[in-house]
Design a protein. Structure first.
Length: 135
């Protein structure tokens, strides 16, 4: 039995959406990401090449954020932001401004809606080969 977990491509994580909006706000050039090579939407087809049965199990949740500083703290830990810090084509002032811009964008949503909703959609594949009994 193989258990494989991954995210869904059906939604864009709120933190990622704020990241790209902040890049646009600061006029920082970026290339949009390609779809994931392994997601809940395409992973099943890949796994059925190796396994007789592949079950799909989705998990959804939503976090309600009332304090934009929480978004900033989380943003400063993500790879997309940390990878930008290493780029030589971005001014140091813009790199340092990004977390504050993300926080300001989040605060604008909180001010408008009373809360920032951050949905999660992910899941798991349970894969089995023929001849293996489940426990």
């Amino acid at each position: 039995v193989l258990l494989a977990t991954t995210n869904s491509d059906k939604i864009v994580a709120t933190l990622i959406a704020l990241h790209y909006e902040a890049l646009k706000t600061l006029n920082i050039a970026f290339v949009p990401e390609a779809p994931s090579p392994f997601s809940m939407e395409n992973g099943g087809a890949l796994l059925t090449e190796q396994f007789e049965t592949v079950e799909h199990h989705y998990y959804s949740d939503e976090t309600l954020i009332e304090n934009a500083a929480e978004i900033r703290a989380a943003y400063e830990t993500i790879g997309r932001y940390r990878n930008l810090l290493a780029r030589d084509d971005i001014a140091e002032a813009d790199k340092q401004a990004l977390p504050a811009v993300v926080e300001q964008l989040a605060q604008a949503i909180i001010d408008r809606d009373g809360v920032l909703k951050s949905p999660t959609l992910m899941g798991a594949f349970v894969c089995r080969r023929a001849g293996f009994a489940s426990a």
